[in-house]
Design a protein around this ligand. Structure first.
Ligand SMILES: CC(C)(COP(=O)(O)OP(=O)(O)OC[C@H]1O[C@@H](n2cnc3c(N)ncnc32)[C@H](O)[C@@H]1OP(=O)(O)O)[C@@H](O)C(=O)NCCC(=O)NCCS
Length: 143
């Protein structure tokens, strides 16, 4: 079986966990398997991305990490959703929505959730209830 064949599973088989410990190499592998571009060659930096997050939800199929939502937040006003990634063998089966629902439920009604969409996910966020903003500004990272 090709490693890109859809995995055999039901959404009920997926275990969603809040702030579960994740090893840097495991998260790097998930980023690579999702298609989300992150600095996966630098595991020290990936490890700091894990430690620096205020809130994360991860999705597990048995012992395998198959999805992540990683957030920087004050829990009372604002949240930057830094990463949302699902292993491509597990995509379009409700895991991304499951992660986002848990983030929203945890943060509650006082918190705005903001993100930058990757080009491939440009239509996704409208589909799961986000409004597009026209007034965003940024200073890009240089590396
Ligand atoms: C984008 C991503 C997180 C979505 O997660 P997912 O588990 O595949 O999505 P879900 O199954 O929860 O999808 C929910 C709905 O959105 C739709 N959808 C999924 N991916 C989509 C996309 N890229 N564009 C438009 N709609 C999409 C699904 O068909 C589903 O529709 P339905 O509710 O009508 O059945 C995942 O595909 C991914 O990791 N992509 C690569 C990395 C990436 O681009 N991340 C986002 C960075 S901003």
């Amino acid at each position: 079986m090709s490693s890109d064949q859809p995995a055999q599973f039901e959404l009920g088989d997926i275990d969603f966990r809040e702030n579960a410990p994740v090893v840097a190499a495991e998260l790097a592998r998930l980023y690579e398997r999702s298609g989300l571009r992150r600095p996966t060659a630098d595991l020290t930096r990936i490890g700091r991305m894990i430690l620096g997050a205020d809130l994360s939800f991860t999705a597990w199929h048995g012992a395998r990490l198959v999805g992540v939502a990683r957030c920087l937040t004050d829990f009372c006003h604002s949240c930057y959703l830094a990463d949302l990634a699902v292993d491509r063998q597990y995509q379009r089966r409700g895991i991304g929505r499951g992660l986002l629902e848990r983030v929203q439920a945890r943060l509650g009604e006082q918190v705005m959730i903001l993100l930058l969409a990757a080009p491939e996910a440009a239509d996704y966020y409208r589909h799961v209830g986000f409004e597009k903003v026209e007034n965003g500004w940024r200073i890009p990272r240089r590396k």
